[in-house]
Design a protein around this ligand. Sequence first.
Ligand SMILES: [Zn+2]
Ligand SMILES: [Zn+2]
Length: 250
Amino acid sequence: MPVDLHNHSSFSPDSRTPMEEIVEEACIKGLKVVGISDHDDLDTSFPYSYRLRDLEGYLKNLSRLKENSSVKILSGLEVGLQSCARIPPEGDFDYFIYSVHGIPGTRDLDIGNVWTLYLEESIEAISEIKGPGFFGHIDFLRRYIPEHRPLDNETLLNELLNRLIRNGIGIEINTSGWRHPYREPSPQKWIIERYLSLGGRLITIGSDSHRRADVGSYIGDAVLLLREIGIKEIFYCEKMNYTPFRIDNC
Ligand SMILES: [Zn+2]
Ligand SMILES: [Zn+2]
């Protein structure tokens, strides 16, 4: 298996998996590249916003792990952006995953225009951010919207994707959707195809694991899906530089 750039360790408040176990599991599953990307939600006014525990200790632990590892380990961070909070922390990171985890002032997701509000917030949150980096799970709210109603505002989706492409930010195929009842990647296949048709090419893959067993889960399925739509290489970032990784013969 190639890469899994989205894994949460015990430095995230919602995971209890030590980083060492993520790396062990990545080796067992045959991953070539594993990224640790703990939460750092910049706007803490949301009920479930997760700040990174101990930035300095986090980066130190990662650089220690990198020293003696047979798998390539990358120091990432899942930066939770909102329109009112969009400056990532400074530090020796390899990459950022930029995610929008909520709509300000909207707790009830059972509303008709939920995707419009979410996409407007995402466009605003990402507007000043420049790559490298990857936008996480574009249709994230699907996990929580009643009946997992899929994203439905194509005009704003196009605007978001165009903005990401202009700003040099890639997208993530988050495989956790396959572990949810709707059993699809996040985003859905047609959204990946739309991103490509608009000129995007910087795609990465992440499991969004919060426990050891999910490290690398459904990464193989994501590779098959991407190959099916003609993609020959995906990307990861090392020292904030995009690096291609071929998937047509792995
Ligand atoms: Zn997330
Ligand atoms: Zn995550």
